[in-house]
Structures are given as C-alpha cells and as structure tokens.
Design a protein around this ligand. Structure first.
Ligand code: FES
Length: 120
C-alpha cells in the first residue's frame, strides 16, 4: 500500500468506480483526471481516491470534490479534464454540480443555487 505525503495538498477528488459508474466510463474518468492533474503540474495540490459506490448511481459517473464539498454528476472523460482545470481556477463545473454545501449542509444544485450562485 502506498503512503502519500499529503502536506501541501489543497483538495481531494473522490472518483466513483462502483459498478454503475464503471459502466459509465468511471475508469476512463479516473484516468482522465490523473492525466489532466499531471498535465497541469498539480500533482502536489490535488489528491485523488477511487472509491466504491457513493449511492448516486443514477448520476454516474460521480466525482466528489473536497474541501468545498461539491458532488458532480455525469462526468465523462472529457468533462473530467475540464473539471480539473476549473477546480484549479477555484471554479466549479457548473452544469455537472449535483450537490454542494450551502450554510453547512449539502443542498441539491437544482434547489439551492448550489451551481456556484448564492440564492438571494
Ligand atoms: S456506482 Fe457510482 S454512485 Fe453508485
């Protein structure tokens, strides 16, 4: 088992590779994220973990970003690369946000404006 030095890491991407997400190219999504992190020279900033099912199979492929606590849906290998680039700019891949923390609680993007815009 590998032991990573996480000092200096700014974020953690959890990439679902449960069976439903694998059917929706979850392994390719993980590979695309790793490739883009390397391309952007961000290996020391973004840590990734491939997970089992996160309980949102109908939204496959799911990627979760911490510490901001954003759950992304329907990530493809192409959008995975965009997600990494947006993430490094401190932005979200708005069209794929499923849930995000609002006032300390996860809120559905469609209900809360969690796509990056605060409700007024
Ligand atoms: S397999 Fe990914 S959310 Fe269930």
């Amino acid at each position: 088992m590998t032991t990573w030095n996480l000092q200096g890491t700014t974020s953690h991407l959890l990439i679902c590779n449960g069976s439903s997400c694998k059917k929706h190219k979850g392994e390719e999504v993980a590979e695309a994220i790793e490739d883009e992190i390397e391309k952007q020279g961000a290996q020391s900033l973004i840590h990734t973990t491939v997970t089992r099912c996160n309980g949102r199979c109908s939204d496959a492929c799911v990627v979760i970003s911490y510490p901001e606590g954003v759950w992304y849906k329907e990530i493809t290998p192409k959008s995975a690369k965009a997600l990494v680039r947006k993430h490094l700019q401190g932005e979200r891949l708005k069209d794929n946000v499923l849930y995000a923390y609002e006032d300390g609680k996860l809120a559905a993007a469609s209900e809360s404006g969690a796509k990056g815009k605060k409700k007024k």
